[in-house]
Design a protein around this ligand. Structure first.
Ligand code: PEP
Length: 256
């Protein structure tokens, strides 16, 4: 089987104004080389996406939305739809734990957003993962299964190859308490097995699975070495250009 491309995704969250985002992107593009086997993606705040889409060198970096609404148009004050992001982004985060727990997004919203991204020609990066309490109660396996089956309910086997799954244990996000490789191995195999049950062996092998949760340049190689883990979703460390470039360099070195 040809190996899946490595993805290094930077989630900038609610940081950088238009000016700072543009300078960062410019410097990032200077710092990295174009590679076919490693895809760099950044997820800036929605405000900056339009202008960055005119600046971005898509051979080096692709853009992701951090959030979007699943209906196409209408009376939804303050929202931006997947339809409005068509052509601007290549990816969109869906189901990030900050959206689930701070903004009370429900499985139904997440399911519709995954579908809206696919319908509008960009790839959803579907975030799944257990809270600390669920981990303590040994519910990780069940949580991953339930989140995946609920979120992918409207996605066909022809479409699922365009969905990226991010294993993001909630207790590891922004805490510095990153998951052990053994945790990621276990979660990765639960995710792959669930995909196999839903879509069959052949199709499930095409789906890229990434890990996210307090990744730094020191821990990146360990996660990238795990068979079946195809990349990283990086929050805090992606705000520092040197650190994020180092993570990308680690991914390049491993693909040599
Ligand atoms: C994230 O926000 O998806 C994330 C993984 O954040 P951090 O790397 O800061 O834990």
């Amino acid at each position: 089987m040809p190996s899946r491309k490595k993805l290094i995704i930077g989630n900038w969250k609610m940081n950088f104004n238009t000016h700072d985002a543009s300078i960062y992107l410019h410097r990032l593009q200077e710092a990295i080389t174009e590679r076919r086997d490693v895809q760099v993606i950044v997820a800036p705040t929605t405000l900056t996406l339009q202008s960055l889409s005119l600046q971005v060198n898509r051979r080096k970096v692709k853009l992701a939305a951090q959030n979007f609404y699943w209906r196409d148009f209408g009376p939804y004050t303050g929202e931006t739809s997947a339809t409005q992001l068509r052509g601007i982004v290549d990816y969109g985060l869906v189901g990030h734990s900050e959206r689930r727990y701070l903004f009370h997004e429900q499985e139904k919203d997440i399911r519709y957003k995954v579908q809206a991204a696919v319908r509008n020609g960009f790839k959803p990066i579907l975030c799944v993962g257990e809270t600390r309490a669920e981990r303590t109660n040994k519910e990780t396996h069940a949580v991953l299964y339930d989140q995946l089956t609920a979120s992918l309910a409207n996605i066909t086997s022809d479409e699922v190859g365009n969905v990226i799954i991010a294993y993001e244990p909630v207790w590891a996000i922004g805490t510095g308490d990153n998951a052990k490789s053994s945790d990621v191995v276990k979660a990765g195999s639960v995710i792959r097995r669930t995909l196999r049950n839903l879509y069959g062996d052949k199709v499930s092998k095409d789906v890229q699975i990434v890990y996210g949760g307090s990744v730094t340049s020191s821990s990146a190689t360990d996660y990238l070495s795990i068979p079946g883990i195809d990349g990283l979703l990086v929050g805090g460390a992606s705000l520092q250009l040197y650190e994020f470039s180092e993570i990308i360099k680690k991914a390049h070195d491993m693909q040599k």
